[in-house]
Design a binder for this molecule. Sequence first.
Ligand code: GTP
Length: 374
Amino acid sequence: MTIENQQDQQIQQDQQDQQDQQRTTVPVHLLSGFLGSGKTTLLNQVIDYYKAADVKAAVIMNELGDVNLDGQIIGDDVPMAEMLGGCLCCTIRGDLSLELKSLLDEYKPDVVLIESTGAANPMEIMDAVTETAMYALVDLRTVVTVVDGPELLSRRRKGGRTFRLMQEQIRCATDLIVNKADKLAPEELIEVEQLVRELNEYAPLTVTVRCVTEMSIFDPGRESANGKRIVPAGHSGHVCGANCSHGDHAGDEHNTDADHDAAGTHPHASHEHVMALTHYLTGPVDSHDFEQFMAKLPKEVYRAKGILTFADTNSRFLFQYAYRELDFMRITPQSHVNDVAVFIGEHFAKGELLQELERLQRQGRQQPGDPEEE
Ligand SMILES: Nc1nc2c(ncn2[C@@H]2O[C@H](COP(=O)(O)OP(=O)(O)OP(=O)(O)O)[C@@H](O)[C@H]2O)c(=O)[nH]1
């Protein structure tokens, strides 16, 4: 055999090895986007899409609060790891690789979906996912950022850290979904699209209502977005989505080397102002009182969710609150779940909220005909 023939054979073997590895590599899709933008709404549809295609999906859900309420919406036939009480991109970032690895070992999924908290900087999560790639065959295939259209416009007017975090999430995306188009006037939609495009000119952009979109982004056979393999910051190659490279953000709070102190910890200034209050309820509340309470929430609380028992209906409900809109869904939990309410916002008075919740519970305990409480 000539040297040329040997080289050809080697190239063919390398290509075959690469294809084999791609077939056995588990694609990971990261769903990013600010609090309440529609990540769980999207996640549900992706799960349905995989179920219909007979693709076995596993989910990692991260919540800032101590309970995973979104997990209640997802059927218990979907393997799920819950990472609670911290943010994947910093406080519990180190656990992600372990969770991912044990999910892969235990359930052998065809694909993994990670829903991050809305306060997370996707770049750090990407770093953690790709760390796992060192000892398991995983491939971070996409970073899908769900953009809350109306909220982005309103945050741009205000500026500040939250707007910067939203910008970061957009920059890092390989795919962009501009959601809540139903709440945007046509000229506002154009404004949002322009703004998103300024931040990330390459990622395919879809405008949606309730994240309804065709699912080719999540197609198991799809190559990495833009034909690129996603490589984490600090490693060789491209950082993440189209526009995101650490050097681009000089002056931003999150991405410079100065963010990393000598011990290698990440102060993550970009969302340390975001706080969560988790409160377990010990009894039912009255639905009207609860709606009134929610209507009066301070503007600093921009997201809330929970599970409640309403005294006046004797049913359990999952509630969702995002940017002053409240939704309820009647639920029948399959396993034991507590009544709980989680509030997420910036610098709100936790004590006042707790007092109000206590009052709601006292009122809920009162039977009809009981004397009114002060
Ligand atoms: N009007 C409107 N509401 C929407 C749309 N998409 C989602 N919502 C609602 O917005 C709220 C938040 O949606 P989720 O899917 O839970 O958002 P999320 O990003 O997972 O929220 P976090 O987990 O808190 O970060 C829910 O009440 C949804 O029903 C939309 O396109 N238009």
